[in-house]
Design a protein around this ligand. Structure first.
Ligand SMILES: Cc1ncc(COP(=O)(O)O)c(C=O)c1O
Length: 304
């Protein structure tokens, strides 16, 4: 981690190295935190945050699902995000707002503790991915089953969802793959460990419905809207493991992953085993949108 700029903690910008919490912070013990992952791109028209209001809305939805009383309004959080990016001096960044039940009483019930809030950002350039290549990820169908909404609210971007995802990611990496694909308890495709998934078969673009257990991804939504605006369409339907193996092309989407092609799942080559032309076109359209080169989607960018 390259420590750049400051971290916003409960309303104040503090030096990066001083952004610390107590070891008895509730969330550290019981996973009672929610967060966002947002990108700021260095566009030809200046640095811009992609879909900031939607990310802040999702943060508040996650908070509601965990009965968190946020101490700040959506406007205050949005302003604090922009302030933190400015303080970092970064043109391109990944931004991580986090709300968590803090230090106070110790025990399972979180609601007696204050909800603390932090916003950090660090450099992250377009096209950099921590999990696999953009042009040919090899994925493993995880042996870990995706947790579902009978146990936890899956539409919350909550830390507690990510132990399951991290186990899947670790298993994939330990077995020589780049990323995991998770099936739900019915055996239907849910998503990657931190990405939504799309397949293309006979020119039809398909993605699992959110009821399959994936996160309501903002990139997923952006891709669907971009495809529709370009006179295409996306079908939402439950996907089997068979659909993955027999797809012509597969790609994953996420704030961090952007649009990442998948060329192998388990030992099965997808399509030609190389990034397909439709995925390449969608990758390009998405890059144009986040880089402010597509006028139709300029309203998705908040310039700094
Ligand atoms: C589990 C999971 N699914 C999907 C996504 C993609 O969501 P988004 O496009 O909003 O980043 C993410 C990324 O945050 C994720 O963690």
């Amino acid at each position: 981690m390259i420590e750049t700029g400051k971290i916003w903690m409960n309303g104040k910008l503090v030096p990066f190295k001083d952004a610390k919490v107590h070891v008895l912070t509730h969330a550290l013990h019981y996973s009672t935190s929610i967060f966002e992952g947002i990108r700021c791109y260095d566009t030809p028209n200046g640095s811009a945050v992609f879909r900031l209001p939607e990310h802040v809305d999702r943060l508040f939805k996650s908070a509601k699902l965990y009965s968190m009383k946020m101490e700040y309004t959506k406007k205050e959080i949005s302003d604090a995000i922009l302030q933190t990016i400015k303080a970092s001096g970064l043109k391109e960044a990944y931004i991580r707002p986090l709300a968590y039940y803090g230090y106070g009483t110790m025990g399972l019930t979180p609601t007696t503790n204050k909800v603390d809030m932090s916003i950090a950002c660090w450099e992250w350039k377009m096209g950099e991915s921590k999990a696999g290549k953009f042009s040919g990820s090899k994925c493993k169908v995880s042996s870990w089953v995706k947790i579902d909404s009978r146990s936890q609210p899956m539409q919350a971007k909550a830390a507690s969802n990510y132990a399951n995802a991290a186990l899947a990611r670790m298993e994939a990496l330990e077995n020589g793959y780049d990323e995991a694909i998770m099936l739900n308890s019915q055996g239907k495709v849910a998503e990657g460990s931190a990405e939504n998934i799309f397949i293309i078969k006979d020119d039809i673009i398909q993605t699992p419905p959110l009821s399959a257990g994936g996160l309501d991804g903002i990139t997923r939504d952006s891709i669907i809207q971009i495809i529709e605006e370009n006179n295409g369409f996306v079908i939402e339907r439950d996907l089997e493991r068979d659909d993955l193996y027999t797809a012509d092309e597969i790609f994953m989407t996420g704030t961090a992953a952007e649009v990442k092609s998948v060329t192998q799942i388990d030992k099965v080559k997808i399509g030609t085993g190389k990034m397909g032309s439709a995925t390449r076109a969608i990758q390009k359209s998405y890059a144009d949108v986040v880089m402010s080169k597509d006028e139709r989607f300029l309203q998705w960018l908040t310039f700094i």
